[in-house]
Design a protein around this ligand. Structure first.
Ligand code: HEC
Ligand code: HEC
Ligand code: HEC
Length: 419
């Protein structure tokens, strides 16, 4: 907590200067709520697709009326009402006010927003797409629901401190195409860096809660899960290929990589809205982040997976082995149509968090992966059983070093708590 307070003091100091600058913008005048029928239906439809891609409803709720708590290291932040209700939503917001919130994290009345709202990604969205999103939001049914007070303690509850944050970390958009790259690469980058906000989970954050630009897509713990590195340090035993990425992002499952679970399942629902051209472009961009991996690694990974399937005995991990044979072996054995465990990123990550999550909660495949069977959860395992099982699975199915006892007990303890 001490270092958080120290850096927050720095933010507040910086904000002194930035405060006046930021408040130049001030309030944008209220308008009377626009008539939903005045928006072009094609534009509303475009906005709906974009809202799906941006995952607005996973944070603001299915009816977009907000009030959902997002846990951050600084306390809980609640999403706001995005319906066109004049008193509690954004009914009195002009398109200009909406665009300023998305690009600069400033609410219509001039107060600064917290980056739990990923405006540091949404800033990249084009004028045309922002305009379509606005049309979509303003044509939803208005819901009267007052915003919920945030659970942030002093000094994190000082919104003006965000002026310093913006000064340091907000790289205001819209996205500028790289002339040295293909059109489809640029399209993929626009999707990933903008509404897709992939980096907001896959890039580690610094002490200010901002993305660490020195380690783009290096993988990070988020909501108790580990979002794997998507750069050249990708833990996937078989290097990702374009068709594999497209399978994973459309279906949430690929034969060389396995299933998407946890917070990534929602993302799969969102990117499912992309056209095939856009998905191809997104895959091209993600692959370019991890260029440099040798495709021959794939052959070695397959050979190791075959060998790992055949070598069960590990006397030093006998407790974990007994649990595996009792609870897992029946499904996860050679000769079934399941992805070998040795090819799963969950087993090869720097953190045991995802493995312990799936063992505890099981996996309900996303709708698109209707052909994949569910995996049952094992919520009754004790904390030490979880740790022993994870140790054995790591030992048998990964060539990476064993997880540390600290990481294991943290992940196992939080899984026990969550039950
Ligand atoms: C990861 C969660 C998350 C996602 C995804 C998200 N938002 Fe939000 N949004 C928030 C939170 C939290 C706030 C409140 C921030 C605050 O009060 O400082 C917010 C606030 C806003 C605001 C400011 C409203 C106000 O009254 O000041 C707008 C506008 C907004 N979001 C639009 C969107 C749109 C459009 C999308 C989809 C493209 C979206 N958000 C997706 C979390 C999210
Ligand atoms: C809300 C957080 C979040 C967002 C946003 C997010 N991801 Fe993920 N992603 C995860 C998590 C967590 C996993 C691990 C899932 C698992 O182990 O089953 C993951 C897994 C993946 C994987 C599999 C990696 C591997 O080696 O196994 C890919 C590929 C991926 N994400 C791509 C993307 C792309 C592209 C975007 C943007 C369109 C994105 N993600 C946005 C959290 C997120
Ligand atoms: C009833 C069958 C069944 C049982 C029992 C079972 N699993 Fe699974 N498991 C699945 C299915 C189905 C999948 C997803 C499909 C795939 O990976 O091909 C899966 C996926 C996984 C994954 C990959 C997760 C990811 O995010 O990539 C891991 C790791 C895993 N199981 C570990 C275990 C462990 C450890 C046990 C024992 C505690 C276990 N499973 C028991 C059916 C099962």
């Amino acid at each position: 907590m001490k270092w958080l307070l120290t850096i927050f003091a720095v933010l507040i100091a910086l904000s002194g200067a930035a405060w006046l600058w930021a408040n130049r913008a001030g309030e944008i005048e209220a308008i009377s709520p626009p008539d939903a029928a005045a928006f072009d239906p094609a534009k509303i439809a475009q906005g709906e697709t974009l809202a799906t891609l941006g995952g607005c409803e996973s944070c603001h709720g299915n009816d977009l009326s907000g009030g959902i708590a997002l846990e951050t290291p600084f306390g809980a932040i609640h999403s706001t009402n995005l319906t066109p209700d004049a008193d509690t939503g954004i009914g009195t917001w002009s398109e200009m006010a909406f665009a300023r919130a998305m690009r600069q994290g400033i609410s219509r009345d001039g107060h600064l927003l917290y980056p739990a709202f990923p405006y540091d990604s949404f800033t990249n969205v084009s004028d045309d797409d922002l305009s379509a999103l606005y049309a979509f939001m303003m044509s939803r049914p208005a819901v009267a629901k007052a915003p919920v007070a945030n659970g942030l303690s002093f000094p994190f509850n000082l919104r003006p401190a965000m002026a310093g944050w913006n000064l340091l970390f907000l790289n205001k958009g819209p996205y500028v195409p790289d002339p040295n790259k293909s059109d489809s690469w640029n399209r993929g980058a626009y999707i990933a860096e903008g509404l897709g906000h992939c980096a907001s989970c896959h890039t580690p954050r610094n002490g200010f809660g901002a993305r660490d630009t020195g380690q783009p897509y290096a993988g990070a713990l988020i909501e108790g899960w580990f979002a794997p590195a998507l750069n050249a340090t990708s833990p996937a035993p078989i290097p990702w290929a374009s068709d594999a990425l497209m399978n994973y992002l459309y279906d949430g499952w690929d034969a060389d990589h396995g299933i998407s679970a946890g917070p990534m399942q929602d993302v799969v629902k969102h990117v499912g809205a992309l056209s095939e051209d856009d998905m191809t472009a997104l895959a091209e961009y993600v692959l370019s982040l991890q260029s440099g991996r040798d495709p021959a690694e794939g052959n070695a990974a397959r050979a190791f997976a075959t060998q790992a399937a055949a070598t069960a005995d590990a006397p030093e991990f006998s407790e974990g082995q007994a649990l595996f044979e009792k609870s897992c072996q029946n499904c996860h054995r050679d000769g079934t149509d399941m992805v070998p465990l040795a090819l799963s990123s969950a087993v090869n990550l720097p953190s045991p968090a995802n493995l312990i999550h799936v063992v505890t909660e099981g996996i309900t495949p996303s709708e698109n992966a209707y052909f994949v069977k569910p995996m049952p959860g094992f919520p009754l395992l004790t904390q030490s059983e979880r740790e022993n099982l994870a140790r054995y699975v790591r030992h048998r199915f990964s060539q990476k070093p064993q997880w540390t006892d600290v990481d294991l007990s943290e992940a196992a303890a939080s899984a026990s708590e969550g039950q």
